[in-house]
Design a protein around this ligand. Structure first.
Ligand code: NAD
Ligand code: MG
Length: 337
């Protein structure tokens, strides 16, 4: 049975006795830092000199210093920079500033689980990972609620690691919704599998293939876009609200019949075998090695894929159609700060 913890299981004084540095002020960083501050925790934000986010953090009433100063001062460091950046940040800044009894926190197990960050034995290593993007973590907290979160202990040097993790989760609102205990291994491997096989990789590849199939067959690109991309949100919302039964109940009987008879023809034994191969690459660390190599060589695969999709017809059609729907917030990567 999985352990799930709530407010009553947490001791808020543990994190309140700490000096907390949140490194990074992106999706997760801004939510953690602001929630901690509003919970009365002594928190600073660590950002590189000249970071565009420093202004936002200062405007939110947070103290902002460089990552080294933050880590030096703190006895609990929450690392919320991108996973691929964590090893170099750890090696160049954090490692020498971890003292016995300090705590190193992360919100995803990647760099620790695959051994790209190896903290000393005398430091607690804990993951507190909200199962939602930062803006939701912040908004739920402000509204008096929270986002369900995962808690895992990689290393318990003080005997207090788990209780400290729960205390931190309390301060960001996680225990209001429920904190599920897991391991670094399970969190990291299932997270990567989900984003590769369905959430990002699987869905993107299906959208593109379905769009190309319709357009090749002579259907108008606009119709193809609506059917295979735009309407996906309606279906995902139903799945999110009530699972597969609710979605099938809500669509037409015709759609449901097409679902149950055609869906399985798309996910064949070959597809399942490929899923198992993808999982094995994650488990063996092969995917992590490949991605770290890609990142260290300047991410050429990502650059090529970004250019390719930017030039794809589906993106141009999508821009035209979204302009007809001012109720949508049309976004491109360039809009992100
Ligand atoms: P993000 O890209 O939104 O933000 C990263 C932040 O790190 C930015 O403030 C950026 O300026 C800063 N940064 C980048 N390089 C830096 C460096 N070298 N030194 C100092 N700061 C640097 O990232 P995110 O999505 O918030 O992810 C942070 C962590 O949270 C990751 O481990 C991620 O897996 C995890 N996580 C993310 C989500 C999510 O929904 N976004 C959910 C759960 C867990
Ligand atoms: Mg995830």
């Amino acid at each position: 049975m999985t352990n799930i913890y709530y407010d009553a299981d947490a001791d808020p004084t543990l994190v309140a006795r700490r000096k907390v540095a949140v490194i990074g002020f992106g999706s997760q960083g801004h939510a953690h830092a602001m929630n901690l501050k509003d919970s009365g925790v002594d928190v600073v934000v660590g950002l590189r000199e000249g970071s565009r986010r420093a202004r936002m953090a200062a405007d939110a009433g947070l103290k902002v210093v460089d990552p080294a100063t933050a880590a030096e001062w703190a006895d609990l460091v929450m690392v919320l920079v991108p996973d691929q950046v964590q090893p170099e940040l750890y090696d160049s800044v954090l490692r020498e500033r971890l003292e016995p009894g300090d705590a190193l926190f992360v919100a995803h197990g990647f760099s620790i689980h695959f051994g790209y960050v190896v903290p000393p034995d005398d430091v607690d290593v804990v993951m507190v990972a909200p199962k939602g993007p930062g803006h939701l973590v912040r908004r739920q907290y402000v509204e008096g609620s929270g986002v369900p979160s995962l808690l895992a202990v990689h290393q318990d040097a003080t005997g207090e690691a788990k209780a400290l993790g729960l205390s931190y989760a309390y301060a960001i609102g996680g225990t209001r919704a429920g904190v599920i205990e897991t391991t670094f291994e399970d969190e990291t491997e299932t997270d990567l599998f989900g984003e590769q096989v369905i959430l990002c990789g699987g869905v993107d590849a299906m959208i593109q293939a379905a769009y190309e199939t319709l357009v090749e067959a002579g259907y108008p690109a606009e119709m193809a876009y609506f059917e295979v991309l735009h309407e996906l949100k309606l279906i995902v919302d139903l799945l999110y609200e009530g699972g597969i039964s609710w979605m099938r109940h809500s669509v037409s009987d015709t759609a449901e019949y097409g679902d149950v008879t055609r869906g399985p023809r798309l996910v064949t034994d070959e597809t399942r075998a490929e899923m198992r191969r993808i999982l094995a690459e994650i488990q063996s660390g092969e995917f992590a090695r490949e991605w770290m190599e890609e990142y260290r060589s300047g991410a050429p695969t990502l650059a090529a894929a970004r250019a390719e999709i930017a030039g794809h017809d589906i993106e141009a059609v999508g821009r035209r159609l979204r302009a007809m729907m001012p109720f949508l917030v049309d976004k491109t990567p360039e809009d992100d700060v």
